[in-house]
Design a protein around this ligand. Structure first.
Ligand SMILES: Cc1ncc(COP(=O)(O)O)c(C=O)c1O
Length: 442
């Protein structure tokens, strides 16, 4: 029957609730145009409501054009020309992502018991007075100072507060930067970070594909080259020193800016974190950092350090567009950095990842080949695409989301799975690995 939930405590009538649920199913693509709706009598019996409730909902949906009655053959989800200009939703898998346990590359481990300092940070926000107007678009000075100190200490990047700008995350930082770069394509690692590629395309930039693990020797026609040197996303490799120097020399010669996405560099557990590429040449590299690996990514905070020559144009653009992260988030981050929360999370999460990574490797290595070293919060496995698709489907059936390597490739022909281990609990990780092993072994 229909996967709908009706709540008798809800002040809305059951008919209104049912209509709302059907609308959601259509928008989510669970019900597609030309799907037949259940008849009113069995649906009412299934939901434990009177037939009048279902009729009321169907009448409403008919009036709004979500469904249509077809002579002698019941009620159907509206579709075809009769649906007018309403976009036709694509049919999706029935389980919405929000109900899945995320074993993707992007979900970090966060302490299930929020630390006292986390609560204090938000309490302080609630008692502080926000700026009355639009605040300094560069970001809060105390936060920029704390981040500058941290970048020097943990990433070998000697900058002062004046060079740091706050953003709403990595893609937001890239968007700001692209707004002030000269015309030209943006080169991206292939496979590479999808959100960044989408951001460049949305900014009207052509995208140039560069094989992810090869040295970059040609950036002619490119305004920028976007790289993940500390932990190639998604293949896992650290960019070798020789390739770093080649990339910088190429960028200098071809007048392109190197954009360094330093997303999870602190989470190494075999060797010390590799210093940022920007520490080798501040004049050629724009550095993007993010808080999304030390706190839930939904908080949305990042930072950006650009070559001096771009600074004024960047500041003007940000001030003009009011494109700075929300003041409460910045204010909370001041406390979280000042009182040691971020350092404590990094230490604790490193321990968690260092314990989980070998479990993932031990479980899956009989069935697939690691694409590169495991660091951060995910491992990438090479597998024939059909087997990867089957394993992903089995995981999804059991309530887990893993990602297909193919989805990160543009022209590259790699296939396999990305298995993250930051998002699940220990028990969930064990269960997900069992499911994947079963699927891969069969
Ligand atoms: C390659 C890469 N860069 C950056 C990020 C973080 O993005 P944001 O700062 O927008 O949350 C992620 C998150 O998964 C990522 O995979």
């Amino acid at each position: 029957m229909l996967p709908v939930r009706l709540d008798r405590q809800d002040p809305r009538s059951l008919g209104v609730q049912l209509a709302a649920e059907v609308r959601r199913l259509v928008l989510d693509g669970v019900l597609a145009p030309d799907d037949r709706m259940p008849a009113t009598r069995p649906l009412a019996a299934d939901l434990g409501v009177s037939r009048a409730v279902v009729e009321q909902a169907y009448d409403q949906l008919l009036a709004e054009g979500w469904v249509e009655a077809r002579q002698g053959s019941g009620t159907w989800v509206a579709g075809g020309p009769a649906a007018g200009s309403r976009p036709r939703p694509r049919r999706r898998r029935p389980a919405p992502a929000r109900d899945l346990v995320m074993l993707d590359a992007g979900t970090p481990w966060v302490d299930p018991r929020p630390a006292a300092v986390w609560r204090r940070a938000w309490r302080e926000v609630s008692t502080a007075t926000p700026p009355r107007g639009y605040d300094d678009a560069r970001g809060l000075p105390e936060l920029r100072a704390l981040l500058a100190e941290r970048l020097g200490r943990t990433r070998g990047l000697a900058v002062d507060a004046d060079a740091v700008r706050l953003t709403g995350g990595t893609a937001a930082g890239l968007r700001h930067l692209l707004a002030v770069l000269p015309p030209g394509a943006v080169a991206f690692e292939d496979p590479g970070y999808r959100a960044a590629v989408a951001t460049a395309r949305a900014a009207g930039r052509a995208v140039r594909d560069l094989p992810a693990l090869e040295p970059v020797t040609d950036l002619r026609g490119c305004a920028a080259s976007y790289v993940t040197p500390a932990h190639q996303h998604p293949l896992g490799r650290v960019m070798p020193a020789a390739d770093r120097l080649t990339l910088l020399a190429t960028a200098r010669r071809d007048r392109a800016v190197v954009v360094e996405d330093d997303y999870d560099s602190e989470f190494r557990y075999d060797v010390a974190p590799v210093p940022a590429l920007a520490s080798l040449d501040r004049g050629q590299v724009a550095y993007l950092g993010t808080a999304s690996k030390v706190m839930p990514p939904s908080v949305r905070l990042g930072w950006l350090v650009v070559p001096d020559r771009l600074q004024d144009a960047l500041d003007e653009h940000r001030a003009l567009t009011h494109d700075a992260p929300p003041w409460p988030v910045q204010r909370a981050m001041v406390t979280l950095l000042r009182d040691g929360y971020v350092d404590a999370v990094v230490r604790a999460a490193r321990r968690v990842y260092a314990e989980r990574a070998p479990r993932v490797v031990a479980a899956l290595s009989p069935y697939a080949e690691l694409a590169g070293p495991v660091a951060g919060m995910y491992a990438t496995w090479l597998l024939p695409h059909a087997r990867a698709v089957r394993a992903r489907a089995a995981a999804e059936e059991a309530g887990f989301r893993v990602n297909l390597l193919r989805d990160y490739c543009r022209t590259a022909r790699l296939s396999g799975l990305l298995v993250g281990f930051g998002g699940p609990s220990d028990a969930e990780l064990d269960r997900a690995l069992e499911v994947l092993v079963d699927a891969l072994a069969s």
